[in-house]
Design a protein around this ligand. Sequence first.
Ligand SMILES: NC(=O)C1=CN([C@@H]2O[C@H](COP(=O)(O)OP(=O)(O)OC[C@H]3O[C@@H](n4cnc5c(N)ncnc54)[C@H](O)[C@@H]3O)[C@@H](O)[C@H]2O)C=CC1
Ligand SMILES: O=C(O)C(=O)COP(=O)(O)O
Length: 472
Amino acid sequence: MTTPRDIARSSLGNAVSYSLEAASPTTAFYSPPASQGSFMAGSLTSRTAATAKQLKPFNAGDIKILLLENVNQTGRDILAAQGYQVEFLKTSLPEDQLIEKIREVHVIGIRSKTKLTAKVLQEAKNLLVVGCFCIGTNQVDLDYAAKHGIAVFNSPFANSRSVAELVIAEIITLARQLGDRSLEMHRGTWNKVSAKCWEIRGKTLGIVGYGHIGSQLSVLAEAMGMSVIYYDVLTLMAIGSARQVPTLEKLLEEADFVTLHVPETPETKNLISTKEFESMKTGSYLINASRGTVVDIPALIKAMRAGKVAGAALDVFPHEPAANGDYFVNNLNTWAEDLRGLNNIILTPHIGGSTEEAQRAIGVEVADSLVRYINQGITLASVNLPEVTMRSITLDEHDHARVIYIHRNVPGVLRKVNEILAEHNVDKQISDSKGDIAYLMADVSDVKTQDIKDIRDSLDSLNSRILTRVLY
Ligand SMILES: NC(=O)C1=CN([C@@H]2O[C@H](COP(=O)(O)OP(=O)(O)OC[C@H]3O[C@@H](n4cnc5c(N)ncnc54)[C@H](O)[C@@H]3O)[C@@H](O)[C@H]2O)C=CC1
Ligand SMILES: O=C(O)C(=O)COP(=O)(O)O
């Protein structure tokens, strides 16, 4: 059965040339089911009248985008230049406001704070695509999104260097107790000490998670004379003289500095807890710039009070606020005051990726992915849909349509789709699957207005259908 959500979203692909003749095209996306027929008629009639130059995938001005969490200007400019309607907010939104807003938009851009849970996404009736303007995608229910034909993109490594540099700074800061000395001077105290202050040369850095950030950090640390060991669930090629160790325990026993660069998953929740602190060397240091759930904070407090851990740097926390402002005031975490009272602990508000360079690069990368997906249906670099790409649709192909069919990955679908497309001239067709979801893209030529409507209606009627888009 066709739901209003399906109509709104499948219409997106067919709004194409409606804008060329219709007086008020913006109503097209929000037509209730009963008015779909008239919208389609307008769309299809205008298409036949369109010249080659006028053709574009759809009326860009109808696309509504909501950008939260201060997405960089570079990304905003790219999206605005397409003619999309872009609304920008500096902060994240509480769930009730997010649900209100998400109902209206075709595209949402977020960073690490905005939680797109199934509860939120099920309200997103028009949503086509999510852009995570960051690395982590744990804040999005990727599975729910895929099963509802919502593509998700991120920027897999544009801020890796920024995080790695922050960690290098923290290693030296902890080894020299710089935070405490600076704080004392701010308070007017001269406290010149060398006891338990160390060079980092010759010390061992243990990296947990040797992915983009971990491996970048490995290079920088070796350049400063550190020995690097790493633990990862995958067997990975060592960079430079770094050495992979077989278990986390082995890493904790050997490392002077332990730094965490794993994603947030059920397996990494409290990855470093009481038992792990016991395995660490006395007087070693812990750095967490991954996700707040990875370290058991009460256990860290105990380990620091016992002198087992000589210093720590935390950039991430289990519950982070949606906007800048008070954090420890009225903080519900029972450990908040204890944490603040410790010596040699650096607390930063999730700034690992917060550099001009990283944010600009992320803005460009994610906005480009969104434009490619909205205009051309290309899923290259999607984190939850199969990656499917074909050449760009060019403006002079006015008898050409791009058919996109997101469907459940069950036997017999391709046969049925090809029965539908067989009536036409299929120039090229690609299909790929990822788990339960499959993505088919076909460029069809010599299609008339009525053919496009027929193709879409026929695909919409298949049981396997999640979302149909026809771009022309
Ligand atoms: N503080 C900040 O501002 C930032 C934080 N991050 C966080 O850092 C994390 C890591 O980033 P990348 O290096 O880009 O990710 P990545 O995906 O390139 O690397 C993660 C590595 O962790 C490994 N891994 C996964 N589960 C593991 C486990 N249980 N034990 C050991 N290894 C495990 C993976 O095999 C992979 O090699 C991100 O997922 C994100 O949560 C990322 C960017 C900025
Ligand atoms: O890229 C990531 O995963 C980060 O943790 C950085 O998040 P942010 O963009 O600063 O909200």
